[in-house]
Design a protein around this ligand. Structure first.
Ligand code: MG
Length: 267
C-alpha cells in the first residue's frame, strides 16, 4: 500500500483569515479619516502607505514621532500586524498634515491586536475534505504555516479536535521559505511514498513545494481577488502542479483522481 503525505497551508487554505485582516485595515482607514478631517487622504494612498510600512520601510517622520511621543507597549512581536496598522495610521495622518494623538495611535494598535482573539473559521468545504482524509488509512496530514507560534496556535484553538488529528503542525518564521520545513518533513517521514502541498499562495506554498520536487495543488483563495506570482517552471512542473477553485473541487479531486479508490489499493 502506498502512503500519502498531504501538507496543508493554514491561512486562507484551511482557515479563513484574510477577510479579518482586510476588515481591520478598513477600521484603521476610517480612523485616519476621522482624525485627519477635514483634510483628506485618499483610501488608495493609505493602502499604499500600508504596503510601504509592511515592507519594513518606516519614514524618518514616523520614527521621530515614536521618539517624541515616547510610545511603549507596542511590541513588534509576536506579530507585526498591530504595529503595521499603528505605523500606517501615524504615516497617513502625518501625510494628511495632522499630528496624530498618542491615544489614537494606541487605539489603532489595539484594533490590530484583534487578530489574537478572533475566532477563525474553517473555509467552506474544508471540514468535509478533512473528514474524508482522516478516514483514509493511507493518508497522513501535516500543516506548514508561516508566522509565529503565538499567533498561529490560537487560530487552531477552537478546532482542537480537528487539528489534533494532524501528524505534525510546523510554524515557520515568515522570513524562511516553506521549502526548508517541507524538506525536513520528507526526511523525517521516510515511510511516506508520495507528498503533495496544498496552499493558496503561489509564492509561499506552490513554488517552495515544486522546488523540493513534490506535487503542489493551488486552491484559489476563498472569495479572493488576486493570485500573486507565477508558478516557476522546473522541468516537469506541469505534471506536478494542479490549479483548483475551492475546497469542494479539492475534495472531488482527492477522492476521484488523486487518491486510489479503496478497491484499487494494492496490498
Ligand atoms: Mg495561505
Amino acid at each position: 500500500m502506498k502512503n500519502y503525505g498531504i501538507i496543508f497551508d493554514l491561512d486562507d487554505t484551511l482557515l479563513a483569515t484574510s477577510n479579518l485582516y482586510y476588515s481591520l485595515i478598513i477600521e484603521m482607514m476610517a480612523m485616519v479619516e476621522s482624525c485627519s478631517s477635514p483634510s483628506f487622504l485618499a483610501p488608495e494612498k493609505i493602502l499604499n502607505v500600508y504596503r510601504i510600512v509592511t515592507s519594513n520601510k518606516t519614514s524618518v517622520e514616523c520614527e521621530t514621532y515614536y521618539e517624541e511621543m515616547d510610545i511603549e507597549n507596542m511590541d513588534v512581536y509576536p506579530d507585526r500586524f498591530p504595529r503595521y496598522l499603528a505605523e500606517t495610521f501615524i504615516e497617513s495622518c502625518l501625510q494628511a498634515g495632522v499630528f496624530p494623538k498618542k491615544e489614537d495611535v494606541q487605539r489603532v494598535y489595539d484594533v490590530g491586536t484583534k487578530i489574537f482573539s478572533h475566532t477563525y473559521r474553517l473555509v467552506p468545504g474544508a471540514m468535509r475534505l478533512l473528514q474524508y482524509l482522516f478516514s483514509r488509512k493511507d493518508v497522513r496530514l501535516f500543516i506548514v504555516t508561516h508566522g509565529s507560534e503565538k499567533l498561529q496556535a490560537p487560530k487552531m484553538r477552537d478546532k482542537e479536535r480537528t487539528f489534533s488529528r494532524f501528524d505534525r503542525i510546523v510554524v515557520v518564521p515568515s522570513s524562511i521559505s516553506k521549502s526548508v520545513a517541507i524538506k525536513e518533513l520528507i526526511e523525517k517521514n521516510d515511510n511516506i511514498d508520495e507528498w503533495v502541498m496544498v496552499g493558496d499562495s503561489i509564492t509561499k506554498d506552490i513554488n517552495p513545494a515544486l522546488a523540493v520536487g513534490i506535487r503542489a495543488i493551488l486552491v484559489r483563495k476563498h472569495m479572493s481577488h488576486i493570485a500573486e506570482g507565477e508558478v516557476v517552471d522546473i522541468g516537469d512542473t506541469r505534471k506536478r502542479f494542479v490549479d483548483i477553485d475551492d475546497m469542494g473541487d479539492l475534495y472531488e479531486y482527492m477522492k476521484e483522481r488523486y487518491l486510489p479508490k479503496p478497491s484499487e489499493r494494492t496490498v
